[in-house]
Design a protein around this ligand. Sequence first.
Ligand SMILES: [Zn+2]
Length: 389
Amino acid sequence: MWEPLLVFLMFCRSSQAFTNRMHSTRRSPLGIVHTFSGMDIDRSRVEAELKEASAFQNALRSHGAAFALFHGTSALVITDSPMKLAFHDAEKLQTLYEISLQQFEPSLTCISNDVGNSIPIYPCIALGASASGWAFAVDVSNRSRNEFEVKNEAEGNLRFEPVRALLATLNQRDIAMAGLGASTLAWHRQHQFCGLCGSRMVAVEAGGRRACTSETCRNRAYPRVDPVVIALVQDPVRDKILLGRQSVYRPMMYSCLAGYVGPCESLEEAVRREVKEESGIDVGEMSYHSSQPWPIGRGASCQMMVGFTATATSTEIHIDTNELEDCRWFSRAEVAEAEELVVARRPGPSDESSKTLSIPGPYAIAHHLIKNWLSTTKAPLQASGRNKL
Ligand SMILES: [Zn+2]
């Protein structure tokens, strides 16, 4: 049993090999780096180095510290091409927006001693460490967004954009940091008071936790991640897949079926239940595909999409119209045509009368589940094969 360990240690001795290994850990088993993952900054150093308030304060003032600004679920971006997440240093925060590091939470001791309660407090969380320094996300929702949307030669054209609208424009690193910042700051806004005693809660540990201010309670809250299963359901006998659409989708846009995992429910049980509830289809065997963080869920919640490929054991659809507007089986030819539209970056149908299927783009795990099915050859099952599933 030691041989693999020795090989692993030898592997890690090479710094290049170690770098490669670090990169490989950001990929799914299929080699996919989903949107909102692959952040390429060191998150582990936040937990290891910034838990104490004094360490967080020092990091705010350290060389290279950079601050991204958020307003509600929108991130401040430089809209000049290519679009980038805007980062300012502490000096620019002061000169452009009159924001001082002393106004950042978590820094309760500093605030009560030095500043008082008469000026705005800006929630601030550490995103991680890069080669150039610490990166932070700051919530400026308590001020007008117009004060930050400036245009000048030095800073570029600055504008707040909903993170959801930036999926196709920001690079892998920036969209991941925008998603992490917006969803975590939203979680802080939504957890102002203790769920046990009702006292005020404050951000602690570089914004990675919230703590109740009651000495007798001391309750702690942790950023919430909601598990969601998403399944590509295939019928190998007829060589078709099951896709559904919600009324909010654009015309003819269909995607994989998905739903929240319930309490005391395994991921596999959740797949079977959700597919059955939404479409009436029974599911047999399934296999794990990959997972994708999705920090733009309802109320800026952070979801964890866990993707599966599942095999149907029935074919007759009974739609739950509370969940879906429509649900259908699509042939390989129909799905391949939809994938070609995505590859060619051509927009999908714009009117309800169109019969051309449209599927989500590469920013969504659903796209990769569908693409994976397209890449497989047709299973050589006969009609009787369904009974064996
Ligand atoms: Zn409490």
